[in-house]
Structure formats: structure tokens, C-alpha cells
Design a protein around this ligand. Structure first.
Ligand SMILES: C[S@@+](CC[C@H](N)C(=O)[O-])C[C@H]1O[C@@H](n2cnc3c(N)ncnc32)[C@H](O)[C@@H]1O
Length: 419
């Protein structure tokens, strides 16, 4: 089965879930490459890909989805600009702002970030943006910085007059914007991805997770967590607010930004409500100041009085989290529900169940779960944030706004120095 072997090879190398783009699309890229190589036999071409890393890379270049445009989705960039103007400029932490855009495709995303920073009053010397993609061809286009009409979508195109010059080949981005962006080739699922880089203050990782298989998503989320400093911001695509992210990051109180904050476990009620898979934190350690989490963990089984030694039982919620991370949402939800039968007051379980229901598009049930969490712990930030986004989605803008204000008050309170 050469084609399926090739698809498996591709999938393992870049994390691609073949279902996400369809095997016909992949088959047509393979045919295109075979014709470029003057190769008519699939087995011979498969062997060529196995033996020749240049051909593997050429096939990757043919398969990847390069779709991108300036200020894609709008709000994330509005939020970035506001965040920089309001917070970073006040408290620059003594270093240049470091931003990562991965994957960057032909550069529209990192350049939109650079324009947002300039709109917020920053100079090139105040920031550095690393922009990474697996495709050499796309990176070459990004560096050339000449763009056609397809890169400019929607009606808000004032930025084009401000930052581009018209040339006979297209719109050329001015060097003042280009100069703060460094392009690098890299594979986000490789173990040593950006291993030598210091943590970033902000990461954009948008419209990649949706194309990836479950194990690759887990690997990417681990890398993002490693590469983002505590308190840093992570932006994902609008279809990528996934349960596996909610176990490590806290959603930001800004609908439409699709952003998370990496809040240190001890200062975040939100992170604490869903147990974190960080290896360095002992499983039994209380992880926040949230009253709900002062309850001792109730484990169903202990080994203390058993004569034959057994492996210690896993915390049922850790188990549910692990299932969620593996994409087994139904099973994870069932594990939560089972746990809640004898632990109905556990806020973490209600929140995790809500996140899972939301991910399975059971929005009404998700709202019920978050409401239960809030009933038990009125300051549960994560439940408030999720509820606000759910309300906004079904058009209850006023209800969403009220919840956002409540979340902001809790967030501010968390930042107040303790007596
Ligand atoms: C749809 S574009 C997203 C671009 C941009 N982030 C956006 O949202 O507009 C997806 C990009 O992911 C890149 N890509 C796919 N697999 C990758 C991997 N394993 N490592 C790095 N980049 C990858 C592709 O080359 C492609 O440019």
C-alpha cells in the first residue's frame, strides 16, 4: 500500500492528520511530485521519499496548507495592540518584547503582529518577532514581503496605505516593519524545536492544531508550554480552544481574541480548577488559593492496608484529563461524571466536564456544568470565562459582559499583594 505508507510517513513527520485535508488532496500532491521527478511507479517514489530527505521535504511543501492573510480574524490583533499599549509599555520587564509566530506561512501573521506593535507605539528596537514554518518555499515568499490581493481581505485596509508601497509585482511591505521579524525554518513537532531559545512573552500558534493528529497536538502543546514564559499570552485559532489547552493555560477574558494566559499555578484560580499535567508539581499538592481546592483529593483506592502491593491508583480527574488530552472526549466526560457521583462538590470536576461538553458542542450542558462550578465557588475564574464565551456565542451579549466584568474583578483581586 505505497500511498498509505507515504501518508503515514508524512503524518509522522509533520503531525498532519490526513483526514483534515482529505486523502485525495494528499494523493494529488503525490502525483504532482511524481510527475516533477519523472517517476511513474508509486513504490519507487515511496522508496525515493524514504531515502532522500530532499524529496520528503518537497512532498511536505506540496502538501501543507498555506492559507493566511493580514490581520486574520481581526480581534486577536486588536487585543494584542491594546495589551501592549496598556500593559507591556507600563511594565516592560526589563527586556525586549519577544514574540513567536508559528506557523507563519508566507508571513502575513508575523507582519500583522509587527504592525500592531507599531500601532501601539513600539519601535523595531523594542521587540523581536521570530516567525517559523516548516516550508522553505513559504519562508522565501515571506522574506520577499511582496503581497498580492489575496493577502488583503475584508474592508479595514487602512494599514495597506500606511505600511506598504505599490510595486509592479504587488504590495511591498516597508523595511521599518520587516526589520523586526526574523524567519526560521523548523518543525514544531520535533523534540529540539527552538530548544536554544529563551521563553517568549507572546506566542501565536494559529490554524495548525486543527490540521494535526492527537499525538502531534499533545506534542505541540508541550512545546508551547515550554516556550511561553509564566504569565505570557498564547493566541490560537478560533476553532482551536481545545480541552488539552485548558489543562495548562487560562482563557483570557476577551471574546474573539482566542487567547490564553500561562498563569503560574499558585496564583491562578483558573489553572487550579482543572488539574495541570505539569510533571514538576506533586499530584497531591494544593494548587491554588481557591477555596474549592483546599479540599483534600479524594482518591477512590488506597494501597495502605492491602497486603499485596498494587500500583497507586491514579487521581480520577488526572485520568479524565489524560483521556481528554488523547482526544477521547466522551470517555473523559464519562470519567468526570462517574467521579462526580460520589464527589458532587468538586469544582474542578464540574469545570473539566464543562470544558469537555463545550468541546463536544454540548453547549447547554456545558453552561449547566459551569453554573454548578460557580455555585460551589463563586470566584471560579475559569467557569466565569467559559460561561461568558458561551453566552456571547448564543447572543446574550449583556450577560457575557456582566460575567467578563466579574472575571476582571477576580483577576485584579488576584494581582493585589497579599497582607
Ligand atoms: C494555515 S497556515 C497558518 C498560518 C498562520 N498561522 C495563520 O493562521 O494564518 C498553516 C501552516 O502550517 C505550516 N506547518 C504545517 N506543519 C508544520 C510543522 N510541523 N511545523 C511547522 N510548520 C508547520 C504549513 O507550512 C503552513 O504554512
Amino acid at each position: 500500500m505505497p500511498l498509505s505508507a507515504l501518508i503515514e510517513r508524512l503524518s509522522r513527520t509533520i503531525g498532519l492528520d490526513p483526514e483534515s485535508i482529505g486523502s485525495n488532496t494528499i494523493a494529488s500532491s503525490v502525483r504532482q511530485r511524481m510527475s516533477n521527478c519523472d517517476e511513474s511507479s508509486e513504490p519507487a517514489y515511496t522508496q525515493r521519499v524514504e531515502e532522500n530527505s530532499d524529496e520528503l521535504q518537497a512532498l511536505i511543501e506540496a502538501v501543507v496548507v498555506p492559507e493566511t492573510w493580514f490581520f486574520r480574524d481581526g480581534e486577536p490583533f486588536e487585543y494584542l495592540e491594546k495589551h501592549i499599549a496598556d500593559e507591556w509599555k507600563e511594565d516592560p520587564r526589563g527586556h525586549r518584547l519577544r514574540i513567536l509566530s508559528v506557523p507563519c506561512a508566507t508571513g502575513e501573521e508575523p507582519y500583522s503582529i509587527a504592525m500592531s506593535l507599531r500601532n501601539a507605539g513600539m519601535k523595531s528596537s523594542d521587540y523581536s518577532i521570530d516567525a517559523v514554518d516548516i516550508s522553505h518555499g513559504l519562508l522565501r515568499k515571506a522574506e520577499a514581503a511582496v503581497f498580492g490581493a489575496n493577502s488583503f481581505r475584508g474592508n479595514a485596509l487602512g494599514f495597506r496605505d500606511r505600511y506598504f508601497d505599490v510595486t509592479e509585482n504587488g504590495y511591498l511591505l516597508r523595511s521599518s516593519v520587516r526589520s523586526g521579524v526574523r524567519f526560521l525554518q523548523g518543525n514544531i513537532i520535533s523534540d529540539d524545536f527552538l530548544a536554544k531559545e529563551h521563553p517568549y512573552d507572546i506566542i501565536f500558534c494559529r490554524n495548525l492544531l486543527i490540521y494535526c493528529r492527537v499525538d502531534a497536538r499533545q506534542c505541540i502543546i508541550r512545546s508551547l508550554s515550554r516556550l511561553l514564559r509564566e504569565g505570557g499570552l498564547l493566541f490560537v485559532g478560533h476553532a482551536e480552544m481545545m480541552p488539552a489547552l485548558a489543562t495548562i493555560f487560562t482563557p483570557v477574558a476577551e471574546a474573539g481574541a482566542f487567547a490564553y494566559c500561562k498563569i503560574p499555578p499558585r496564583s491562578s484560580p483558573a489553572v487550579a480548577t482543572v488539574s495541570s499535567p505539569r510533571p514538576e508539581r506533586p499530584k497531591s499538592a494544593p494548587s491554588s488559593r481557591s477555596p474549592s481546592n483546599r479540599q483534600p483529593h479524594k482518591t477512590a483506592v488506597t494501597t495502605a492496608r492491602v497486603h499485596i502491593p498494587k500500583a497507586p491508583a491514579e487521581d480520577p480527574l488526572e485520568h479524565a484529563n489524560r483521556l481528554a488530552d488523547a482526544g477521547k472526549l466522551q470517555e473523559a466526560a464519562a470519567a468526570c461524571e462517574g467521579f462526580l457521583k460520589s464527589n458532587s462538590q468538586d469544582v474542578r470536576a464540574h469545570v473539566l466536564l464543562g470544558v469537555l461538553q463545550e468541546a463536544m458542542s454540548r453547549r447547554r450542558q456545558a453552561e449547566e456544568s459551569f453554573n454548578r462550578a460557580l455555585y460551589l465557588d463563586p470566584s471560579c475564574y475559569e467557569a466565569i470565562m467559559h460561561l461568558s464565551l458561551l453566552k456571547e456565542r448564543r447572543g446574550d451579549i449583556k450577560g457575557a459582559e456582566l460575567l467578563k466584568k466579574r472575571a476582571a474583578r477576580i483577576h485584579d483581586k488576584q494581582k493585589e499583594p497579599r497582607q
